[in-house]
Design a protein around this ligand. Sequence first.
Ligand SMILES: NC(=O)c1ccc[n+]([C@@H]2O[C@H](COP(=O)([O-])OP(=O)(O)OC[C@H]3O[C@@H](n4cnc5c(N)ncnc54)[C@H](OP(=O)(O)O)[C@@H]3O)[C@@H](O)[C@H]2O)c1
Length: 291
Amino acid sequence: MEILIIGGTRFFGIPMTERLLQEGHSITIVTRGSRCNPFGDRVRHILCDKTDGESVRQKLGAVHYDLVIDKVAYASNDVRSLLGNIRCDRYMQMSSCAVYKESGLQIPEQAFDPAAHPLIWMDRPADYAEGKRQAERAALEFMPADACTFVRYPVVLGPHDYTGRLRFYAEHVAAKMPMRVQNPDAEASYIHEKEAGEFLAYLAEHPCAGAVNGCASGTVSQRKILWYMEQVTGHSAILSEAGDPAPYDGSAGDCSYDTAKAAALGCRFSDLHTWLPALAELEISQTRGTL
Ligand SMILES: NC(=O)c1ccc[n+]([C@@H]2O[C@H](COP(=O)([O-])OP(=O)(O)OC[C@H]3O[C@@H](n4cnc5c(N)ncnc54)[C@H](OP(=O)(O)O)[C@@H]3O)[C@@H](O)[C@H]2O)c1
């Protein structure tokens, strides 16, 4: 397939693009060029800001793509500048489980229907979740609904996570610093970066209409994550209202996602407890190097 990827050069974009290359697809990646292209001459690399519609039209408008994978969709205007200026058969957007307004266990895709969400043309709002809802909704202005896939992940974890969120817990445990953890016993879903990338690549070859959840099986609380780190360091995490605010937000209570639709497509995810302890240990060891 002729595949256009917006992004793909960072975090779980890398295992996604690697897998698509292994499968023999012709790949064009688009970035603004602020980081290197890790795939060398195995991909075409076009420098373009996808939020600049005129630049998108000039640099990408001449080619018809079988599939566009958009990893940089944070608002309706992000989608308009892209889809208003290119031609493609299918569009896959990296969305997020943040689109769901209610928490709960085993949340199904139908809990958020982008077609029923009021469209507001907007640049990226401070409210990440609403920006992601608007990005899904905007795609339906340009593509038939059955040609769109919205891939929804919870927090992605892995050794290449640049967000530093898991590292926050490791640093605070290792340095015995107090942290304020909202609802430490709330259970939450996560997904490993490798599976996050590979599921996107799998969906390229197994078309899926509409939204699809992806996450590891099992849930974990922040208290359990801290426990994994306590086992490595040998001392206890300090939870205090006066501490630094922890990044994973347990305030809404338990939250997990139904992956039956992904399973019906033939995709199953690992149990997060098979890899989270090793990741917690890695974060602690890397933290020790910086303390
Ligand atoms: N991290 C999580 O826990 C999580 C969870 C759920 C969903 N998501 C979603 O995952 C996506 C990010 O995926 P990823 O971290 O794996 O990144 P990625 O696919 O590698 O995409 C990031 C790359 O996109 C390029 N880029 C950024 N803005 C651009 C623009 N305006 N025009 C062209 N290129 C641009 C950047 O390169 P340049 O700087 O060189 O342009 C960057 O390297 C987001 O949509 C996010 O909402 C993340």
